[in-house]
Design a protein around this ligand. Structure first.
Ligand code: NAP
Length: 500
C-alpha cells in the first residue's frame, strides 16, 4: 500500500459530496497519510443517492455482497438485493466506524470553485472559503432529477413529486396514482404502489427489457456463517462480480454469446410472466436488449397485471388539474402523480460555478461535448478529479467497484505530488482527444448504439459509457500514464513547466 506518511509535503484536499464516493475518498486519503481534508455535503447526512432515494420499493439491483466497499464487507445484508434503507444504514455505520463525521461540513453547498496558481479556491453558500491543493468532485451521476417537459405540469391539483424527492407526507392508501416512466426506478416503485393504491396508472412511453435475477432472503443462519467466515463474504463478492462481469457487462459490449443469453433471459421472462398477449405486445421493446440500461427486477410484471394496475401506452397530451390526458382524448383521473422520469446525467457537479486555468469556465470547456480523460480529468482543470465522470463503465455493474478503481488512480497522483516534483497536474488536451477517439472506436460494437434513446447518450448520440470489458478498464486504470499529463511547478501567479 502506498503511503505519504513520511513525506514532508502533504496536500490539502476538498471533497465535494459525502455519498459513497466522497466517503471512500476520505477514508483512503486518510489511510494514504493526507491529514487536511474537508468534505462539503449539501444535505444533513452521508449516503448520497441512498439518502435521496426513499421511494417505496427502493433497492439495489446489484447483488448486495458485491455492492459494498471491498474493505468493509457486510454480513448483515437481509436479501440478495439490499433495500435502500439498509444500504443507507450501511453507509452511516461506515461513517461512524471510520470517524468520518469530523471532516464533513453538512448542510453546505459548494457554490463555486476556482483554480488559481496551484490552488483550488472553494466557496460555499454559507460564505465559507477553503483553499486546497486538490479538489475532488464526488457528486455522483444521477442526482439531478429530471421533470418531463409536459404541458400543464403545474396545473395538476393533487400531490406530485419526483421519485428522488418522495413526499412521504402524502397518504397513498386507496388513491388514484399515476406514474410517468417505466425505468429501473418505476419498476421498483410500481409493485409497492399497486399494493396500497386504489388504482395505479402507469404511463409508458417506451417498453423496457427486464431480466429477472431472483431475489432471496438471507437467513439468520447465512448471516451467522458470513460473520464467522470473512472468507465466505469475499468468495460471494468474487462470485457475483465474476457473474456480472462475464455475463451482463460483456453482453452489452459486443460479446455475441453473452448478448444472446441475456436476450433470451429477458424474452423468456416477458413471455412467462405476462399471460395476456395484448399486454405482452405493449411491454415488448423494439430495440436490442441492453440498449437502454437493463432492468433487473422480479416484481414489476406481476404488479402490472393486478386488477388495479393500468398500463397506458397512449402518448401523454398534457397534464391538467384532475389528471393526465392522453392523445386519444382520455382523461386519466388522478389524486397523486409520480414522476419516475430519471435524471440529468450530464450535469455532474454543475450548476456549481467552476473555473479552471486562465478562468476557463466548465460550461465553456464542455460547450461542444461533456468529456474527460479517463473519466477523471479535464484539460485546464488541474489537480481536479471528477469521480464517476463521463465514460465510467456504469451500466449494470457496482458503482462502488468503479469508485474504488478510480480512487486507487487518484491516490497515486496525490502520492506523486508529495514527492515535490510538481505542483500542478494538468492532462494534455491531445491525450483527452486520443482517449475519446479510442472510446468512440469501441462504441460501434456496443448495444447502446442500437437505435434506442437512453440516458447513456449525450447530445450527439454518443454513449457516455466504457465500451470495452470491465477487466480492460481495471487494467488500464491500474496506474497513471504520466506522459499524458503536463506536470509543472507553480510560482506565485506564474505556471512554470517542469519535466514530466
Ligand atoms: P430512467 O431509466 O431514465 O427512466 C426514465 C423513464 O421516464 C423512462 O421510462 C422514460 O421514457 C420516462 N420519461 C422521461 N420523460 C418522459 C416524458 N416526457 N414522457 C413520458 N415518459 C417519460 O430513470 P430511472 O428509472 O430513475 O433510472 C435511472 C437510472 O438509475 C437507472 O438506469 C439505473 O442506472 C439507476 N437506478 C438503479 C437502481 C438500482 O437498483 N441499482 C434503481 C433505480 C435506478 P423513455 O424510455 O421513453 O425515455
Amino acid at each position: 500500500m502506498i503511503s505519504i506518511k513520511n513525506k514532508k509535503r502533504k496536500p490539502t484536499v476538498v471533497i465535494i459530496g459525502a455519498g459513497m464516493t466522497g466517503m471512500l475518498m476520505l477514508i483512503k486519503l486518510r489511510e494514504l497519510g493526507v491529514e487536511d481534508i474537508v468534505v462539503i455535503e449539501k444535505k444533513d447526512k452521508v449516503g448520497g443517492t441512498w439518502r435521496e432515494n426513499t421511494y417505496p420499493g427502493v433497492a439495489c439491483d446489484i447483488p448486495a455482497h458485491m455492492y459494498t466497499y471491498s474493505f468493509e464487507p457486510n454480513p448483515e445484508w437481509s436479501h440478495r438485493f439490499a433495500r435502500g434503507d439498509e444500504i443507507q444504514q450501511y453507509f452511516e455505520r461506515v461513517a461512524d466506524k471510520y470517524g468520518l463525521y469530523s471532516a464533513i461540513r453538512f448542510n453546505t453547498l459548494v457554490t463555486s470553485s476556482r483554480y488559481q496558481s496551484g490552488k483550488w479556491l472553494v466557496e460555499t453558500d454559507s460564505g465559507e472559503h477553503f483553499e486546497a491543493d486538490f479538489l475532488i468532485s464526488a457528486t455522483g451521476i444521477l442526482h439531478h432529477p429530471a421533470l418531463p417537459e409536459i404541458k400543464g405540469r403545474d396545473a395538476f391539483a393533487g400531490a406530485s413529486f419526483h421519485t428522488a424527492e418522495w413526499d412521504h407526507s402524502v397518504d397513498l392508501k386507496g388513491k388514484r396514482i399515476g406514474v410517468i416512466g417505466t425505468g429501473s426506478t418505476a419498476c421498483q416503485a410500481i409493485p409497492e404502489l399497486v399494493k396500497v393504491g386504489g388504482k395505479v396508472s402507469v404511463f409508458q412511453r417506451t417498453p423496457q427489457w427486464i431480466v429477472n435475477v431472483p431475489d432471496r432472503d438471507y437467513t439468520e443462519q447465512h448471516k451467522a456463517r458470513c460473520r464467522k467466515d470473512p472468507g465466505l463474504l469475499h468468495r460471494l463478492r468474487q462470485l457475483y462480480t465474476m457473474s456480472v462481469e462475464q455475463i451482463f457487462s460483456k453482453a452489452v459490449t459486443g460479446h455475441k454469446v453473452q448478448h444472446a443469453f441475456v436476450s433470451l433471459m429477458c424474452k423468456l421472462n416477458l413471455r412467462r410472466s405476462i399471460k395476456d398477449p395484448e399486454l405482452r405486445a405493449k411491454l415488448t421493446p423494439d430495440y436490442k436488449v441492453g440498449c437502454k440500461r437493463l432492468i433487473a427486477n422480479g416484481t414489476f410484471y406481476e404488479a402490472i397485471q393486478k386488477p388495479n394496475a393500468d398500463l397506458v401506452t397512449e402518448g401523454i397530451q398534457h397534464i391538467e388539474a384532475s389528471g393526465v390526458r392522453t392523445a386519444d382524448g382520455k382523461l386519466h383521473e388522478l389524486d397523486v402523480l409520480v414522476y419516475s422520469t430519471g435524471f440529468h446525467p450530464f450535469n455532474f457537479m454543475r450548476p456549481m460555478e467552476m473555473r479552471g486555468k486562465g478562468g476557463l469556465h466548465i460550461n465553456d470547456a464542455w460547450a461542444s461535448k461533456v468529456q474527460a480523460y479517463r473519466s477523471l480529468f479535464i484539460p485546464d482543470f488541474p489537480n481536479f478529479f471528477l469521480m464517476l465522470g463521463p465514460n465510467t463503465p456504469i451500466g449494470n455493474f457496482s458503482v462502488i467497484a468503479m469508485s474504488e478503481v478510480q480512487c486507487n488512480y487518484v491516490l497515486q497522483c496525490v502520492a506523486r505530488w508529495c514527492d515535490e516534483g510538481f505542483d500542478e497536474m494538468n492532462v494534455k488536451a491531445v491525450a483527452m482527444k486520443e482517449f475519446n477517439t479510442y472510446l468512440k472506436r469501441g462504441m460501434s460494437k456496443t448495444v447502446w448504439v442500437g437505435g434506442c434513446n437512453s440516458w447513456y447518450l449525450d447530445k450527439d448520440g454518443d454513449p457516455a459509457m466504457w465500451p470495452y470489458t470491465w477487466k480492460q478498464w481495471v487494467n488500464e486504470m491500474a496506474e497513471p500514464q504520466w506522459g499524458d499529463f503536463v506536470l509543472s511547478r507553480v510560482e506565485a501567479d506564474k505556471d512554470v513547466d517542469a519535466a514530466a
